[in-house]
Design a protein around this ligand. Structure first.
Ligand code: SAM
Length: 295
């Protein structure tokens, strides 16, 4: 394990990515590096920050911070799960930090949640350094498969297995998650869904920085699904503070902006970001972005 990391200079972690966000960068003050290794698949860094708790970084890109992760995990999980009227069988692709699983098992109707993660090291290290996220791996409804999510979906398509909700909680397109942003992936998702199924995918980018990219990604999703909409969540550790999610429905009558279910009182007390109002509001776009991203 090395405590040096090329993204850390003078006590600051710097996320610099000229392709996704040219001309700007995001920095967090580092208290100490907790762990660094190059796994078989990616560069893994975990550091304790001065104000955002422990932070997981893959290939130089922040994945989660303990302070604001709930804004991401709750929206990517509860938007599709409350859109679906009775989700029982859930598939999570990626998500090795465990935060999405933690949210999925809050739904008592869920009978089975399968997580497919390519890199076992992310799971092991999250259990040690991000215990508040990696708290549901032992839940009786959870199954974990350690393999490539894309290949897993190909096998699912052949076997005929179907899911009610599929959540792509992947890292960014540069690296092992590259295939998740291509047409074939959306086709496999479509095949793996039940007739009223809902898919949500981390769109990786935001309206301020990557509008053309998002337009292309939505165009790809709409070539496969009768309904694909962009929604977003707010959190400071993603560049520009806004992160997009693409929601696709197999049945065009299922409206992801108007959820079929609302949280019970007990479920709501366990949520810090998601509520009925923010579900619909997350799909409302500022005028200039809506002109580009709405169908
Ligand atoms: N919230 C995060 C974000 O968007 O910044 C994503 C978090 S989660 C840590 C992303 C996970 O996707 C990583 O653990 C990574 O190993 C996993 N992943 C990347 N490519 C994958 C693939 N082809 N199959 C399965 N998991 C993959």
């Amino acid at each position: 394990m090395s405590s040096q990391h090329p993204c850390i200079t003078d006590g600051w972690f710097n996320e610099v990515n000229d392709k996704s966000f040219p001309g700007q960068a995001f920095s967090l003050k580092v208290n100490k590096v907790l762990y660094h290794e190059k796994s078989q698949f990616q560069d893994i860094l975990i550091f304790e920050s001065s104000d955002y708790g422990n932070v997981l970084v893959l290939d130089g890109i922040i994945q989660v911070s303990e302070r604001d992760e709930f804004a991401y995990q709750e929206m990517i999980s509860h938007v599709p799960l409350y859109t679906h009227e009775n989700p029982k069988k859930i598939l999570v692709i990626g998500g090795g930090d465990g935060g999405v699983l933690r949210e999925v098992v809050k739904h008592s109707c869920v009978e089975e949640a399968t997580l497919v993660e390519i890199d076992s090291r992310v799971i092991e290290l999250s259990k040690k350094y991000l215990p508040g996220m990696a708290c549901s791996f032992k839940h009786p409804k959870v199954r974990v498969k350690l393999c490539d999510g894309f290949q897993f979906l190909r096998d699912v398509a052949e076997s005929g297995t179907k899911y009610d909700v599929i959540i792509t909680d992947s890292s960014d397109p540069d690296g092992p998650a590259e295939a998740f942003f291509q047409m074939e992936y959306f086709e496999l998702l479509y095949k793996a869904l039940n007739d009223n199924g809902v898919v949500i995918a981390q769109a990786s980018e935001n309206v301020w920085l990557n509008l053309d990219y998002l337009k292309t990604l939505l165009h790809t999703a709409r070539a496969v699904f009768p309904l694909a909409e962009y929604c977003s969540t707010m959190l400071p550790t993603y560049t520009s503070g806004q992160l997009g999610l693409i929601t696709c429905c197999k049945n065009p009558k299922v409206n992801p902006t108007d959820p079929s279910r609302v949280p019970t009182e007990e479920e709501q007390t366990n949520m810090r970001y998601y509520n009925r109002g923010i579900h619909s509001a997350a799909f409302v776009l500022p005028t200039w972005a809506g002109k580009v991203l709405k169908p």
